[in-house]
Design a protein. Sequence first.
Length: 288
Amino acid sequence: MAGTPQQSPQLQAKSLAQFLEGSPPYALEAIADLARQAGANYVLASPELQIHCTSKRCNGIRVFHTSNDFAYLVFDKWTFHYVTYTCRNCQDSQKIYSLAVQMAKNGRSGLAQKFGEIPTFGPPTPARVITLIGPDSEMFLRGRRAENHGLGIGAYAYYRRVVENQKGRIIAEMGRVAARLGAEESVIDSFSRAAKESQFSTAIDLVKAGIPKSLLIEAHNPLTLLHTALSEGLHDRSDEECLMLATSIRLILTELAERISQALKDDTELKQSVSKLLNRNNTQSREK
């Protein structure tokens, strides 16, 4: 039947929880514990999942549950289901899966394939990354969706456009960190000039001596790492190679955003602590 997933004898069985938590859409998987018996019928199993909850109350990995009492399965036939999971903690966030499943004659194992899920597959994008890239956040999220679906060329193209468009903004934020850490005026000026420079390699040369150590990634200049990945280009690259490069770009951007945010946060918290101590001392002096 058109649209029916094709079987493969080489699939290695996963648990249903592993499949729902970690397999991307359209991946066909063998499932060891696909079904459970409910009276005279067989239904889709109901394992608890540990996935990200997007609610403000949780905003982290939580346990999700479902019943699946009406997701009836048939021996050796594909059936199609929408399955809804709910967060046990906040009882508000939901994860919805669109699935095709085929139960084996043993009434337990079988095959499964995702058609999609809401929220979309993959770990959430940290808010700090969205803040760092600003106007191109939607383009970054398109790249993330392409990466989640294993579309390497598409993901690489989106991430490359984001970095090229926002390199000035990224460099300016790194300059903010340098300024907060007490860099000399000449260093701060070099970041300002680099942020306006159209040539990425020239911009890197302008600031490479002034990048704070706290922003280095594995002792390497993050701008150099990004430039190296962008310089690879799409020509004569396989989709798998592009996917690897795309993932590298995303991880470097994410780590850099985290380090920038932490550096600025630490400075803010320190200033607040100093201010509180000074205010306390002034109050005590007046009382005496």
